[in-house]
Ligand binder design. Structure first.
Ligand code: FAD
Length: 374
């Protein structure tokens, strides 16, 4: 059988390899000129530094199957994501932890006293937080919320935190010890040769034909089944409207040596127009000393327009309603499966993307055995 996979990111690559390993022919198309989707990495031509073209990507997971899977296709070096934040002209550590609390309030509290201190600041009258703001106030109180979340969130989403769902903040850890590891997952790392090399290795299997710079819409071939990891609204010609996304603009600059001494600094104050600066040589500490120059990116967030790269799905009430209508249309397309962050219109970390793609592979096996595939 001949299958088509639209998109050469992690979702598409995992599915394509699986089908090829089952003896099928697979045509993988991506309209971009490179593999890796939004996780694409490449050497910066001027500095030689490995850059994450669509923004910083740190691999982290708690899923054993996913961790074992990615390691088949490349070496992951140990890497711990430690983020700094500038607020009110001072530097802090994130996520909010005991050092952040003590620095911010000028205290020397231990874990138990800090917990009591923050609990006393938290707004106890909010028992069922409905918005991002209510969630923050009920967790950390007004001072930390204003300093670290209010301005940053307004810049990132272009909305008042009162208009955003509480669920966004539930994901952010709050720690009463000095652990400043941004993620809680047991496995965390950075691919030694970048993410694109991993995707390239996943796709390096007999039966897979990759066509880059090729849009799905331009294909004239016929396929048994299509696995579509592009935007679901685009597949249907935006006939029910466009699902809203935030996009990012990256302002590149080069400096000598070391610019900021760490990979990521968040700028929490609203007066600073960008949300963060990432300095990519620090994502590969094992090789950073070999570069005399450094390349950095200021990151600006705005509403995506036609032609912009879709980054973060907005997923407010209006978009969710539109998504439900697109999902109803998708169910009618028996020869097409919609996967990945764009095909399902969700923010998905890489590990979740891979985990879901592997689960889809299990389903494909069951369906192929039963003679169906939808
Ligand atoms: P994508 O990588 O977007 O791949 C889809 C591909 O389909 C694209 O290459 C696109 O060109 C192609 N395509 C779409 N439509 C068509 C068409 N019609 N014809 C041909 N080709 C088409 N995750 C983490 O785990 N850790 C992180 O630190 C992290 N940081 C992130 C930072 C940012 C700024 C963002 C936005 C995301 C981050 N993620 C991170 C999430 C990560 O980017 C996603 O998990 C991953 O990209 C999802 O892979 P995918 O294959 O589903 O989609």
């Amino acid at each position: 059988m001949v299958f088509c996979v639209v998109g050469a990111g992690f979702s598409g690559a995992v599915i394509a390899r699986h089908l090829a390993e089952r003896g099928h022919k697979v045509v993988v198309v991506d309209e971009r000129p490179h593999l890796g989707g939004n996780c694409h990495t490449e050497r910066d031509a001027q500095t030689g530094v490995m850059v994450h073209r669509y923004g910083p990507h740190i691999f982290h997971t708690a899923d054993e199957r996913t961790w074992a899977y990615v390691q088949r296709f490349g070496t992951f070096r140990p890497y711990i994501n430690r983020v700094k934040a500038i607020s009110g002209g001072r530097v802090y550590t994130l996520p909010v932890n005991l050092l952040t609390i003590n620095q911010f309030f000028g205290t020397t509290l231990g874990p138990k006293d800090a917990l009591a201190f923050i609990q006393a600041k938290a707004d106890r009258s909010i028992t069922d937080p409905q918005s991002f703001e209510e969630q923050a106030l009920s967790m950390i109180g007004p001072e930390l919320y204003r300093a670290f979340f209010y301005g940053y969130t307004r810049k990132q989403w272009g909305l008042e935190p009162t208009e955003l769902p509480a669920s966004i903040l539930k994901r952010l850890p709050l720690r009463f010890n000095y652990d400043d590891n941004y993620f809680n997952h047991p496995y965390q790392g950075m691919p030694e040769n970048g993410y694109t090399a991993i995707v390239e290795n996943i796709l390096a299997v007999d039966g897979v034909e990759v066509r880059l710079g090729c849009s799905f819409e331009s294909l004239t071939d016929t396929f048994e089944h299509v696995f579509y990891t592009g935007p679901i609204d685009r597949y249907f010609g935006f006939r029910l409207g466009r699902l809203g996304y935030r996009t990012l603009d990256f302002e590149r600059f080069v400096d000598d040596g070391d610019h900021q001494g760490t990979a990521v600094i968040n700028y929490c104050d609203e007066q600073v127009p960008y949300t963060r600066i990432s300095e990519h040589k620090h994502f590969a500490p094992w090789e950073q000393d070999q570069f005399s120059k450094t390349v950095c990116f200021r990151e600006y967030s705005r509403l995506a327009g036609e032609g912009d790269v879709p980054y973060y799905p907005i997923r407010l009430v209006h978009e969710k309603r539109m998504l439900d209508s697109y999902i109803a249309l998708a169910r009618e397309e028996k020869a097409v499966s919609f996967l990945g962050r764009l095909g399902t219109y969700r923010y998905l970390d890489m590990d979740v993307t891979i985990k879901e793609a592997l689960a889809a592979c299990d389903l494909i096996d069951t369906q192929l055995a039963a003679g169906t595939c939808d």
